[in-house]
Write a protein of this length. Structure first.
Ligand code: SAM
Length: 294
């Protein structure tokens, strides 16, 4: 394949930094839909390691075929990860190099790759990242929500009680929250989020980088209405606006104006500053409060 030759040439010209090292685990990100989102380096690494550990040995061959890569594959997934992880680590310790890929996206993010990396690092086996597409970050970038601070929550547990506890524990997190969800669980998850987080702005990011890509800026309640009418299909990332303190649940909501000002005075503020701060919290002109309380 001529594109492969070009990629190899590109790497030959480099100063050896991209040389495949013996006894090393490469954590290789692959596309989350659009096969062109593969990096040159990912192709180079997959083409030159001794073997590839793949989460899905039916899916990965399609990707390898697309790039003309022929390499021995071993499966590494949720239900064989303990035993297979040991075997992979042993091969690495014997000097072979391995690329870890998952079904799609960045290995070790909400998939079993995490355990293999942990094992290798505990054994002193070098681990090298080969970054690329990650569904969570891809969704965040198109969400239109606050991106400077965010928290990745991955898949919510399906155990009802634990799920509720988790949602309650992050209810007051002001960062944007990112969740993964499967289509058949989407409606239940949106409902639980509405019940526990309150109605919020969200970006529902579906089938990113694929033909049916859709990014919907909506709210929990509107999304529930929509998906009650339209069966959810494809892969979803739910990006949720962080907590915004509303007047009803602000710390001063049950205080009188006088109590609110006293709260600041007791905290060490001068009376005038306390009035100014309370007026700002209550979104009322400070002159109004001065008149009432001075
Ligand atoms: N490790 C991968 C990553 O972070 O890129 C994610 C693996 S996780 C097992 C799979 C989940 O990622 C899906 O259930 C979905 O929530 C999300 N996902 C993967 N590809 C997606 C896509 N093209 N569009 C939207 N969500 C996607």
């Amino acid at each position: 394949m001529s594109s492969m030759k070009n990629i190899d040439r590109l790497y030959e010209e480099k100063d050896g930094k991209n040389k495949i090292e013996k006894g090393t685990l490469y954590i290789v990100s692959t596309p989350i839909g659009n096969l062109s989102d593969m990096t040159y380096r990912a192709v180079h690494v997959l083409s030159n390691v001794d073997f590839i550990a793949a989460e899905d040995t039916r899916n990965t061959p399609k990707l390898l075929m697309h790039y003309g890569i022929k390499k021995p594959l071993v499966s590494y997934f949720e239900h064989n990860k303990a035993q297979r992880g040991e075997q992979i680590a042993e091969r690495l310790q014997n000097g072979e190099s391995c690329a870890l890929v998952t079904d799609a996206g960045t290995p070790a993010i909400s998939d079993p790759g995490e355990d293999l990396v942990k094992l290798c690092r505990s054994l002193g086996i070098p681990t090298v990242p080969v970054p690329g597409a990650c569904a969570a970050i891809t969704a965040l970038t198109v969400s239109g929500l606050f991106t400077a601070k965010f928290a990745f929550e991955g898949f919510l547990t399906t155990a009802k009680g634990d799920r509720k506890r988790l949602l309650q524990s992050i209810k007051h997190d002001t960062r944007t929250l990112i969740f993964y969800e499967a289509p058949h669980k989407l409606l239940d998850t949106l409902q639980d989020m509405l019940d526990n987080l309150g109605n919020r702005q969200i970006a529902l990011c579906r089938e990113l980088t694929k033909i049916n890509e859709q990014v919907m800026n909506t709210t929990f309640s509107q999304a529930i209405e929509y998906y009650n009418e339209n069966r959810p299909k494809g892969e979803f990332v739910i990006v949720v606006e962080g907590y915004k303190e509303s007047d009803e649940d602000a710390f001063w909501a049950d205080m009188t104006e006088q109590e609110h000002v006293s709260f600041y005075i007791n905290g060490g503020m001068a009376k005038m500053d306390a009035i100014k701060a309370a007026a700002k919290d209550r979104k009322i002109p400070k002159g109004e409060l001065y008149k009432k309380l001075l």
